[in-house]
Design a protein around this ligand. Structure first.
Ligand SMILES: [Ca+2]
Length: 348
């Protein structure tokens, strides 16, 4: 292109092309994961989405232990023929409690007891939280952190290098709930898995986009969706159908109409934010409570009452406004999300 033609092109594009360029720009993501059936679907969704550049995958203990999780992550990038993506192990246990695993939901190997072929990809030797720090500095203001497991690795990264808080583009987590838990009455599994880490992440100074279990449980993959994927084939397609079949069956046995697409919905929120709606809130993580350890306590009013002692009792004197630290996802466009998920995996 000559300089004159470039200048005319640039002038014309000043108003009209910016949004087009914005749409075609890839979003860099680091997926921190505890694979995991829905993690597997989330990773394959990300690797097959042209909107995303997956700069790294870091593994955290959760659904399975860290060793099994790393093996699973490597097998998943291998069947997607993406050995170019660094996959690194991370923490071996939560910050201050014992590890809780979830083979009940994910199968003994975490991948619905499906034996994937041995991975052609090798683990990156770096420690997961260090890889996160390194990549955020390498691409300042470009990386979206996408943790879909307990927040141990992210808390370790932030604690070691708090400067990453201002250097990330965004952080979108699968975790928490503002309508009761999926572990017990209060807590969602990823936050329950490491409440102290979660509290570090929510209070780090960034605004966390929270894709909670309450929204995931209204975003179900049913047998109707599975049938569509069963009609197409490919190595990734067939792994996803096997995993989804196990996960839907397990969910049905527990009274659900389908499989909650927890982690894939978080990935989809980065791919296309119009798939969800959120509200800004202040969220704290309960780390003590007798019945509520691991609960994400969301303030819907954006303020706390200010009470002052008047004689022998307290009186409300007004409200103290709270700064939101979270965009709490409250609804998802289920049909559009599942259509996108299926289209990205079908035939792959
Ligand atoms: Ca997960």
């Amino acid at each position: 292109m000559t300089m004159r033609r470039f200048l005319i092109f640039s002038f014309v594009c000043l108003s009209a092309c910016e949004s087009v360029w914005g749409q075609t720009e890839k979003r860099r993501v680091i997926i921190d994961t505890d694979p995991g059936t829905d993690d597997a679907m989330a990773i394959l969704l990300a690797l097959n989405s042209p909107e995303l550049e997956v700069d790294g995958i870091t593994v955290v203990p959760g659904n399975v232990d860290g060793t099994q999780g790393l093996e699973n992550a490597l097998k998943l990038v291998s069947i997607a023929s993406r050995c170019d993506v660094p996959v690194a192990g991370g923490a071996k246990h939560p910050l201050m409690q014992k590890l809780y695993t979830a083979q009940y939901w994910h199968g003994k190997n975490g991948l619905a007891d499906i034996e994937l072929p041995a991975s052609k990809c090798k683990a990156d030797p770096r420690f997961g939280p260090d890889l996160i720090i390194e990549l955020v500095h390498k691409y300042p203001h470009e990386v979206t952190l996408l943790p879909v497991g307990p927040l141990t690795n992210i808390a370790l990264a932030v604690s070691k290098d708090p400067s990453i808080v201002k250097l990330v583009k965004d952080i979108v987590i699968m975790g928490g709930s503002i309508a009761g838990g999926n572990v017990d009455g209060a807590a969602e599994a990823n936050i329950f898995g490491d409440p102290e880490a979660a509290q570090i992440v929510f209070t780090a100074g960034w605004v966390v986009t929270m894709v909670g279990s309450d929204v995931g449980e209204r975003t179900l993959m049913t047998r109707k969706h599975l049938e569509k994927l069963l009609s197409t084939h490919g190595p990734q397609n067939d792994v996803v159908t096997g995993i989804a079949n196990f996960y839907i069956e397990r969910s049905e046995k527990n009274g659900w109409d389908g499989a909650a697409m927890y982690d894939p919905l978080a990935v989809a929120t980065v791919i296309d934010p119009t798939l969800v709606k959120w509200k800004e809130m202040h969220v704290d993580v309960e780390t003590k409570g007798e019945f509520t350890r691991g609960e994400t306590v969301a303030n819907r009013m954006g303020a706390n009452e200010r009470n002052a002692l008047h004689g022998d009792h307290y009186e409300i004197e007004g409200y103290d406004v709270l700064q939101p630290n979270a965009r709490v996802v409250v609804t998802s466009d289920v049909d559009r999300f599942l259509a996108m998920f299926i289209s990205r995996i079908a035939g792959k």
